[in-house]
Design a protein around this ligand. Structure first.
Ligand code: FES
Ligand code: FES
Length: 169
C-alpha cells in the first residue's frame, strides 16, 4: 500500500484510522495543509486527489491508496517559483492571516477543472451556455466550502478571476 504525494511515494500508515490530514501534517511534516474544524466545515484541509478537491480531515489515508495527492507544497513550479494562483493571491491581497490560504488555493486549482468540464453548480443558470466565462457568483458558490475568517473573500475571487483569464491553472 502506497500513496503518491507531490510526486513522491510514501507508505500508508499501519493504523487504518489515520486521516489523510494527520498523515500529511503529523507523520510526514507537510504542514502546509491546515487543520481548521476537523469536521468538514471550513475547507482549510483541502488537498487535490487525482485532480479532485477533497477534505483531508474527512478522508482516511488508506482511501488514498494508489492515488496521487497534491498539497500546497506540490503546486509550485519545479524551479521553486510560485504557482500563478499563489502570485495572484499576493497581488490581490487574497489573504490576511493566511491560515485558510492553502486550502483556498488547492480548492480553486481543482475547481477550475470542474469549470472546464462544464460541471454545473447550484447557481448555474443555463447549462447549455457552458461555463467558459463564469460569473463572480459562480466562483463564490464553487468556493463556498472554503471559509476565510479574516474576510478576504473578495481578494480571493479577484485572484481566481485573474488565474482564469490567464489560463494558467
Ligand atoms: S479542517 Fe477539514 S473541513 Fe475544516
Ligand atoms: S486569511 Fe485568515 S482565515 Fe483566511
Amino acid at each position: 500500500m502506497a500513496i503518491v504525494i507531490n510526486g513522491a511515494e510514501y507508505p500508508l500508515p499501519d493504523d487504518p484510522r489515520v486521516s489523510l490530514l494527520d498523515l500529511l501534517r503529523e507523520r510526514l511534516g507537510l504542514t502546509g495543509t491546515k487543520l481548521g474544524c476537523n469536521q468538514g466545515g471550513c475547507g482549510a484541509c483541502t488537498v487535490i486527489v487525482d485532480g479532485a478537491r477533497v477534505l483531508s480531515c474527512l478522508t482516511l489515508a488508506v482511501q488514498a491508496d494508489g492515488r496521487e495527492v497534491r498539497t500546497i507544497e506540490g503546486l509550485a513550479a519545479e524551479n521553486g517559483g510560485l504557482h500563478p494562483l499563489q502570485q495572484a493571491f499576493i497581488d490581490h491581497e487574497g489573504f490576511q492571516c493566511g491560515y485558510c490560504t492553502p486550502g483556498q488555493i488547492c480548492s480553486a486549482v481543482a475547481m477550475v477543472a470542474e469549470l472546464r468540464r462544464g460541471d454545473p453548480s447550484y447557481v448555474t443558470v443555463d447549462l447549455a451556455e457552458g461555463l467558459k466565462e463564469p460569473t463572480r457568483q459562480e466562483l463564490r458558490e464553487r468556493m463556498s466550502g472554503n471559509l476565510c475568517r479574516c474576510g478576504a473573500h473578495n481578494g480571493i475571487v479577484d485572484a481566481i478571476e485573474e488565474m482564469l483569464i490567464g489560463g494558467t491553472a
